[in-house]
Design a protein around this ligand. Structure first.
Ligand code: ACM
Ligand code: ZN
Length: 488
């Protein structure tokens, strides 16, 4: 059946025959779904020549219905129909990395509006990394005066010898959280620990094993600078910082990172070694599990739940309340995590990462990835709570480039997150995306042209090689391979 020009495709559409002028959609009646048939985000829409009736249980459901109506309105005529709709997955996120390159508040708002159009409900905001800390901190001012600025930017082919940085003020953060809340999007801040923590350590060197003053990193990579797990001051600092972050972000979840944390310095550090011995731990991955569990316990007291990247499972001792975000998991631990009844989010590197070119990750490949990933037992699939499409920004310093890399991928992942598998159809997705593109343009978001989405084999090869030659510094690739081998 020909699909409506709506992304994500709704669950059920019944054509009632005939069409009406799109202006009829302005005649809107809202009706409360007393029985809760459509759930917290679902809704029903009925269009006939008298107007539109939307039925939903929550404000969120009405808002999601509005996004459907906006997209239907792109044509001059709208079919008379009945839609009933609800999401396949409860967690539908997009990640924006504001640590490597910042976006202005206005740019973030445009991105949020575009994400809301496709019914995303989580903004995973990556605000802390080796190259910058981006939250205004009242309790730890050096996080801003030192930790928010790097001396230069040396990402792949780019070498900019200017100091770069800044941070989002508490007022800006509160404003963006409110902006998202109006769109029924929860903002989940990420404080990446114990690795990817150079900005924290540059500001407060005593938090690291070596206690040396170091500058922020200016390149992409995996770095050995970890917060010291043997030092109680680390926990005093993190507890206080997390209190501050919890106050700023009312979200149910806080993301604690946990990815790419080589244990080189932990292995040499007398305090970390003593801590491992005292706790009777077998290895330093277990020490990372213990480190994360302490933060999880602290956040639980504040009513917060934690999300972590899948490396946090390597010690086999992560608290079962943690939700694991699977991005690169050759050991299959995330599937085992779901099979044990804990929650996972699909965020697969080779399918969803928007910082890589379309030649490497064509849109069709993104679209066709099943978020209930390999290894998850069919009866445990409900523990895959959803998806996140990440937009890392080492190589993305301007908004047009960001939009080019993100769209249509965001829309493809949004459809995977919302639409039931039987209703998925890539050919129709392409056509529908073309129909909704004017809405994105109106928001100031320019997607990649369709000719770039799914290159032929020759282009895939040549453009991917060119990307790696131009962008990725050979030392970064070497470090990543070493780190991955160490994890295996
Ligand atoms: C990641 O891409 N390091 C989560
Ligand atoms: Zn240490």
């Amino acid at each position: 059946m020909k699909k409506l020009n709506v992304i994500p495709t709704p669950e059920e559409v019944e054509m009632l025959g005939g069409t009406v002028n799109a202006a009829v959609l302005d005649r809107l009646t809202k009706q409360t779904d007393e029985t809760g048939t459509y759930g917290d985000e679902g809704y029903a829409i009925e269009i006939d020549d008298t107007g539109v009736t939307v039925t939903a249980k929550t404000d969120c459901g009405f808002f999601r219905a509005e996004q459907t109506l906006k997209q239907l309105k792109t044509g001059a005529e709208v079919p008379c129909l009945r839609i009933t709709d609800r999401p396949a997955f409860a967690y539908r996120g997009f990640l924006i990395d504001s640590a490597r390159h910042m976006q202005s508040v206005d740019e973030l708002k445009k991105l949020i509006d575009a994400a809301a159009l496709f019914k995303f409900n989580k903004m995973h905001w990556h605000l802390s990394d080796d190259q910058g800390f981006r939250i205004e901190s009242e309790r730890f001012p050096l996080l801003n005066s030192v930790g928010s600025y790097r001396d230069s930017s040396d990402f792949g082919g780019e070498h900019i010898k200017e100091r770069y940085g800044g941070f989002y003020t508490r007022e800006q953060i509160r404003g963006l959280v409110a902006y998202c809340a109006e769109r029924h999007i929860e903002v989940i801040p990420e404080l990446d620990v114990p690795g990817h923590a150079t900005a924290l350590i540059a500001a407060y060197p005593a938090l690291s094993c070596r206690r040396l003053a170091i500058p922020l990193e200016t390149k992409q990579g995996i770095f050995n600078n970890l917060l010291c797990a043997g030092n109680e001051n680390t926990f005093d600092f993190l507890f206080e910082l997390l209190d501050e972050i919890s106050e700023l972000f009312p979200s149910k979840y806080i993301h604690l990172g946990g990815d790419e944390a080589p244990k080189t310095y932990w292995e040499k550090c007398p305090k970390c070694r003593a801590r491992k011995e005292e706790l009777g731990l077998k290895n330093y991955d277990e020490l990372q599990g213990w480190f994360t569990n302490r933060l999880i316990a602290r956040l639980a007291e504040k009513g917060k739940q934690v999300i972590v990247w899948n490396e946090s499972l390597n010690g086999n001792n992560l608290d079962e309340s943690a939700t694991v975000q699977m991005w690169m998991d050759r050991r299959g631990k995330s599937a085992v995590w779901a099979n044990r009844g804990s929650s996972v989010i699909a965020c697969p590197f080779s399918y969803y990462y928007c910082d890589y070119p379309y030649s490497m990750t064509p849109v069709k490949k993104t679209y066709e990835y099943d978020p209930v990933f390999e290894g998850v037992a069919p009866i445990m699939k409900k523990h895959v709570i959803g998806v996140t499409v990440p937009l890392w920004t080492e190589y993305i310093s301007d908004f047009d480039r960001l939009c080019y890399m993100a769209f249509p991928r965001f829309a493809a992942v949004a459809e995977r997150g919302w639409t039931k598998p039987d209703n998925l159809d890539y050919e129709s997705f392409c056509r529908r995306f073309a129909a909704v593109t004017p809405l994105l343009h109106r928001l100031g978001v320019k997607p990649a042209p369709q000719s770039d989405w799914d290159p032929n084999t020759l282009n895939r090869l040549t453009k991917t090689i060119r990307f790696f030659k131009d962008k990725i510094d050979p030392q970064t690739i070497k470090n990543s391979l070493n780190s991955t081998n160490r994890q295996e």
